[in-house]
Design a protein around this ligand. Structure first.
Ligand code: AMP
Length: 423
């Protein structure tokens, strides 16, 4: 039996990979404008990093990590997300001492989670994300959100919904936590076993439960917004004001909590409202994590970031009927007839490519007609025909495949002549 691709992964084949490239280029271009610089961290890290950085009460850590022991008996894990690694690197490389502050970084690369595969949920997926470390200015929260929105806008997405919330600072969170425990405790036996575990460890995450989402107590649960202290409240007001100043529409949803433990203050998600996008509507998730750098052994440093997967972005583009890649075209296809002409085509092809033209030739010894067909399939602008007689006379025929016009060009100075013709 032939070996098949592992469950929850996919091959990105030529024809589709162009979409990925365009998305990556767009994201990078927007990052350049916002002055976020690329960081590349390892695909695997010490397991401990994610226990601390993602939080050992989260689904990711409890159920979804690809963890293995290497030959040196170290426990390593394929990264399930990017923030923990970026913060580790920030701390390890003492970037808090960089002259330019805040430190604004982006990453793009594969992440791994052992999840139940379905539309929009893979076991290997590519996340693009940014992290801004070192600023506690609500304008940076708004900037990070606007950066995500700008990438989506530039790719043509329209049916988007930005949802924001504030989880407040530590004291606001603590007050809310007590209120949540008091609210759920009397009826916790009616909830799933995960929620029963969460009650003491991290009651906020009960609000995030997919199984118990329709329980009556979910609707009446105390809202974090009622527990924000004055400072947290003011911070949230500023973030909203800045978003409005940038003409970015949003709605506030006090039930929006993030799955990860280290979030505080601003939390946000961007959803696709396109029909046919599927059951999972979240395109992008992010928020502020002021305690994380310290948790990783660095100095107290505020941070905010987001991540989205290219897979879900592509689904959203498809659901909105947006075609982002253009038809591929090459400059010329060289048809060589006869041995001498074939030899000559090797140098000609090399000169054409070095001069900046995309050029191709036949490698299967096909007849002239089949080579013309190959040129058409590649959508070549010109076909350059090298025949024995023409070569002997120091000339080649160049045919424009769109207009059908054919001209003869001298071999001497051919690249210059061809450049003039194709402009
Ligand atoms: P998270 O790190 O769980 O907050 O997820 C952030 C974003 O990553 C989500 O909004 C999705 O765009 C994407 N994402 C998370 N898990 C998956 C997955 N299993 N497959 C594809 N995309 C994912």
């Amino acid at each position: 039996m032939s070996i098949q691709i592992p469950r929850g992964t996919q091959d990105i084949l030529p024809g589709t990979v162009e979409k990925w490239q365009l998305i990556e280029e767009t994201a990078k271009e927007v990052c350049r404008k916002y002055l976020y610089e690329e960081i590349r961290t390892p695909i695997f890290e010490h397991t401990e990093l994610f226990l601390r950085g993602v939080g050992d009460t989260t689904d990711i850590v409890q159920k979804e990590m690809y963890t293995f022991e290497d030959r040196g008996e170290r426990s390593l894990t394929l990264r399930p997300e990017g923030t923990a690694s970026v913060v580790r690197s920030f701390t390890e490389n003492k970037m808090y001492g960089n002259a330019n502050q805040p430190v604004k970084l982006y990453y793009i690369g594969p992440m791994f989670r052992y999840e139940r595969p379905q539309k929009g949920r893979y076991r290997q997926f590519v996340q693009f994300g940014v992290e801004a470390l070192g600023s506690m200015d609500p304008a940076i929260d708004a900037e990070v959100i606007s950066l995500a929105m700008q990438i989506y806008k530039q790719l043509g997405l329209k049916k988007l919904k930005l949802v924001i919330n504030s989880l407040g600072d530590n004291s606001s969170r603590a007050a809310h936590r007590t209120a949540l425990i008091n609210h759920f405790q009397p009826s916790i036996h009616e909830f799933c076993s995960d929620c029963q575990n969460r009650l003491e460890k991290n009651p906020l995450r009960i609000l995030d439960c997919k199984k118990d989402r329709d329980h009556e107590l979910m609707k009446t649960a105390p809202s974090i917004l009622d527990y924000l202290n004055e400072e947290s409240s003011l911070y949230f007001e500023k973030v909203k004001q800045y978003l409005s100043l940038m003409n970015i529409d949003f709605i506030v949803d006090p039930t929006l909590v993030r799955g990860l433990d280290y979030y505080n203050h601003t939390a946000f998600e961007i959803m696709s409202e396109a029909e046919g996008f599927g059951a999972i509507t979240t395109l992008c998730g992010g928020g502020r994590y002021n305690g994380l750098v310290q948790e990783m052994g660095g100095p107290e440093t505020p941070g905010i970031g987001f991540a989205f997967s290219v897979e879900r972005l592509i689904s959203a583009l498809e659901a909105e009927g947006i075609e982002i890649t253009q038809e591929q075209q090459i400059d010329c296809y060289v048809i060589a007839l006869g041995e001498k002409a074939k030899d000559y085509s090797v140098t000609l092809l090399q000169s054409l490519r070095q001069a900046g033209f995309s050029a191709e030739r036949d490698y299967l010894n096909r007849k002239m007609k089949a080579q013309f067909k190959a040129a058409e399939r590649l959508n070549a602008k010109h076909v350059i025909i090298l025949g024995e007689d023409e070569l002997a006379a120091g000339k080649v025929a160049v045919k424009n495949l769109q207009s059908g016009d054919q001209v003869e060009l001298p071999l001497e100075n051919f690249i210059n002549e061809y450049t003039t013709l194709s402009n």
